[in-house]
Design a protein around this ligand. Structure first.
Ligand code: GP9
Ligand code: MN
Length: 424
């Protein structure tokens, strides 16, 4: 009901963080190239296997003065995996406690980033080497206002180019270049890689680093597909530069979720030389976030605690669009008032000082459980629970039907979109 909506609105307005004037509007009208790093966990950055860097290209990017790298950035996904990451980052709402919102709430009204950017002159596109119906993307993207969805039907899917869930990352990024060039500018393009996905299979000849040697096969291969993705990115950046698509574009890279689940704690402990306690497992849910804004110097490594929920308000403010007009649960990463607690879908959360994992509070410095949580901890805990509950209310109640962000807003009409090359 609209009462429910008022409560949600009051919450998001009260959590709002004012934009940082050094960043507000700085990317207005620039192309945005958002790159999905499938199953990529932060521990891979600068990780050395057999004395070799696994991801040398990304390691350099982390040190590139044009980039800001968030090393305390966490994924917040649940069962919806990739789809949750997409939902969270383009809507600043949480995925559902069970199932994937893309599937069970695929016909909801959304006020997603692609639609908002469309109304500010942008063309939006998703590029992905799997078929359009996976995760119900072809339905929910219409509600998000995605103009073009280049799915597998646009790519050369011959057998030797495909492995696992779809087109291999190298041909995927290669073939994506002309599609990007075909877009009317400015564009918001989201490229979803897929080769670095469980069970981490590669064709012979695509392996350029030896597997790890824990004896847990998918963990051992995890490093090989990470290397393959890293090489695919290097090639893609080279091509973007050669085609004049790089220089003036916002470049954003993010990891969608973990690749190594807690079924692999034994192998993981061996690889990082530490026991995988519940707290350690939560700490391993870090995924990389890198942002490059043309004409704005990078910050180097930014240690702010943040999550995927914070990306949409950040991108809105970079456009000079007030995130306050929209129902967003996260806050701008560049804001001085950014809220530095990271809720996980199960009600656990992380901050720089303390965490709640499996319902138990921990001191991050000593790694010890806290027997008597402080008032601050209890308050934050209620806030996290409330935030998750309000976000669920929006999705289950399809509440954005009743919300008008501002007087200029035109509701998205899903009937205007058609995806896929082949006729159905
Ligand atoms: C498939 C791909 C994988 O299209 O995006 O999704 P995931 O299994 O990681 O959720
Ligand atoms: Mn995924």
């Amino acid at each position: 009901s609209s009462d429910d909506l008022t409560e949600v609105e009051n919450y998001t307005k009260s959590k709002y963080a004012q934009p940082n004037p050094e960043y507000f509007g700085k990317a207005k009208g620039k192309n945005i190239i958002k790159i999905h790093l499938e199953s990529f966990q932060t521990f891979l950055i600068d990780y050395k296997l057999h004395g070799e860097e696994v991801t040398p290209f990304l390691n350099n990017l982390v040190r590139d003065p044009e980039y800001t790298y968030f090393d305390n950035f966490f994924h917040q996904t649940e069962q919806g995996k990739t789809a949750d990451a997409e939902l969270i980052m383009d809507n600043s709402l949480y995925g559902l406690p069970q199932g994937s919102a893309f599937v069970v709430r695929g016909t909801n009204t959304y006020q997603a980033l692609p639609a908002i950017l469309n109304q500010h002159g942008y063309t939006s596109a998703v590029l992905h080497g799997d078929y359009k119906s996976f995760w119900n993307r072809d339905e929910v993207y219409k509600q998000f206002g995605v103009d073009h969805f280049f799915d597998a039907s646009y790519y050369n899917m011959t057998e030797e180019k495909v492995i696992g869930y779809g087109l291999k990352d190298k041909p995927f990024f290669k073939e994506s270049i002309p599609m990007l060039k075909s877009l009317k500018e400015p564009f918001y393009a989201h490229l979803i890689s897929v080769t670095h996905h469980h069970p981490y299979l590669l064709h012979e000849g695509d392996e350029t680093i030896a597997p790890a040697e824990t004896g847990d096969p998918s963990v051992d291969r995890y490093f090989q597909t990470a290397r393959y993705l890293d090489e695919a990115l290097e090639q893609f950046f080279h091509d973007l530069k050669a085609e004049g698509l790089y220089e003036d574009s916002v470049i954003l890279l993010y990891g969608d979720h973990y690749g190594i689940s807690d079924n692999h704690n034994r192998a993981m402990a061996e690889l990082i030389g530490e026991e995988i306690t519940p707290l350690k497992h939560a700490e391993l849910q870090r995924v990389p976030l890198l942002i490059r804004i043309p004409g704005v110097e990078g910050q180097g490594v930014n240690h702010e605690y943040a999550g995927q929920i914070d990306v949409m308000p950040t991108l809105l403010h970079l456009q000079g669009i007030k995130a306050q007009d929209y129902i967003v649960m996260g806050t701008d990463l560049f804001s001085k008032d950014h809220k530095d607690f990271v809720p996980f879908r199960n009600g656990d959360f992380m901050t720089g000082k303390f965490s709640k994992v499996g319902g138990v509070f921990y001191d991050n410095a000593t790694k010890e459980p806290i027997e008597e949580p402080t008032e601050e901890m209890k308050e934050l805990n209620s806030m996290v629970m409330r935030e998750l509950e309000l976000s669920d209310r929006v999705l289950y109640g399809d509440l954005l039907r009743f919300y008008t962000p501002n007087e200029k807003w035109t509701p998205v009409d899903p009937k205007k979109y058609f995806y896929g090359k082949q006729e159905e």
